[in-house]
Design a protein around this ligand. Structure first.
Ligand code: PAF
Length: 279
C-alpha cells in the first residue's frame, strides 16, 4: 500500500493504475462503517484509494475541528489489511494553499437539516469532495447512508457538474445493539452509548407504524419525539420526514421517505436515519 501526501504524488499513482478505481473519502479515525465501504469498493473495482483528511472548511468555528479524533497509524494498518492500493493523506496547506478562494454551493438540498444547523458545512464538503475527485479521478466513490444529506448533496453535485464518477451509497453499519457507527461515538461515555440506542429504537417504531399503514408525516415525527423525550438529557435538533433526494419535507409518506434525526446526547451530536418505502 502506498501512502502519499502531495497532490502530485497522488496523480502519479493514479496515472500508473489500470482498470477501475474505487475511492473512499474519509476524515480518518476509521471504524467498521468505513471498512465496509472499502470492502464494497474492493468488490466492485480493480483498485481502491482512500483519503484521510480532516477537512477544516466543513467545520464551523465553534465545532470540534481541533479535538476531532485522529489515529493515523492505526488507520493505515487497517487499510493495509483491507487491501487498499493507496492512501492520500494531505495536510490543510496542500488542499487549501494560499490564495485558495473557490467554494461550491449545491443549492436547496444543502439548506435544511444539517445545513440549517451547520451553516457552510455542505459547501465545505462539496468543495473538498470535488477537489478529491479531481485529484484521485475514481471510477466509483463510496459513501455511507448514515450521512444521508451528505449523500444527497454529493449526488446533486456530481449530476450538476457532470463529474464522471459513479456515487455508490452503502447501508449504515451499526454496533451489535443498533447504534449507528460514527467516529464521534468515541466522545460518548458508556452510559451515553446505552442511552443513544433510543435513536435507532425511535426510528424502528416509526418504521413499524408506517408498515402498519400510517402515512401522516407529522404523526410519525410526533411518535419519534415522544420516544426521544423519554431521556430528559437529549436535545433534539430536528426530526425530519423528507424526500431522500431533494430533502424536501413530506406531508405524507406515499412512496420513498428518509426519516432522519439529529440529537445531542450529552455534548455529542448524533445523526441517524432510515429509508422507508410504502410497501
Ligand atoms: O463523511 C466524511 O467523512 C466527510 O464529510 C468527507 C466526505 C470525507 C469530506 O470531508
Amino acid at each position: 500500500m502506498q501512502i502519499v501526501s502531495t497532490i502530485a504524488d497522488a496523480r502519479k499513482i493514479r496515472a500508473s493504475l489500470n482498470g477501475t478505481l474505487g475511492f473512499v473519502p474519509t476524515m480518518g479515525f476509521l471504524h467498521e462503517g468505513h471498512l465496509s465501504l472499502v470492502r464494497r469498493a474492493r468488490e466492485e473495482c480493480d483498485a481502491v484509494a482512500v483519503s484521510i483528511f480532516v477537512n477544516p472548511t466543513q467545520f464551523s468555528p465553534n465545532e470540534d475541528l481541533n479535538r476531532y479524533p485522529r489515529a493515523l497509524e492505526r488507520d493505515l494498518s487497517l487499510l493495509k489489511e483491507a487491501g487498499v492500493s493507496f492512501v492520500f493523506t494531505p495536510d490543510a496547506g496542500e488542499i487549501y494553499p494560499p490564495g485558495f478562494a473557490t467554494s461550491i454551493d449545491v443549492g436547496d438540498v444543502a439548506k435544511p437539516l444539517e445545513g440549517a444547523v451547520r451553516p457552510g458545512h455542505f459547501s465545505g464538503v462539496a468543495t473538498v469532495v470535488t477537489k478529491l475527485f479531481n485529484i484521485i479521478q475514481p471510477t466509483k466513490a463510496f459513501f455511507g447512508q448514515k450521512d444521508a444529506q451528505q449523500c444527497a448533496v454529493i449526488r446533486r453535485l456530481v449530476t450538476d457538474l457532470n463529474i464522471p464518477v459513479d456515487v455508490v451509497i452503502c447501508d449504515i453499519v451499526r454496533n451489535e445493539k443498533g447504534l449507528a457507527l460514527s467516529s464521534r461515538n468515541s466522545y460518548l461515555t458508556d452510559s451515553e452509548q446505552e442511552r443513544a440506542l433510543l435513536l435507532h429504537e425511535s426510528l424502528g417504531k416509526a418504521q413499524e407504524r408506517i408498515a402498519s399503514g400510517e402515512r401522516n408525516a407529522e404523526t410519525i415525527k410526533t411518535l419519534i419525539a415522544a420516544i426521544l423525550s423519554k431521556d430528559p438529557d437529549f436535545s433534539v435538533d430536528y426530526i425530519s420526514v423528507a424526500d431522500p433526494y431533494s430533502l424536501t419535507e413530506l406531508d405524507s409518506v406515499d412512496d420513498e421517505a428518509l426519516i432522519s434525526l439529529a440529537v445531542k446526547v450529552g455534548n455529542t451530536r448524533l445523526l441517524d436515519n432510515i429509508l422507508v418505502r410504502k410497501k
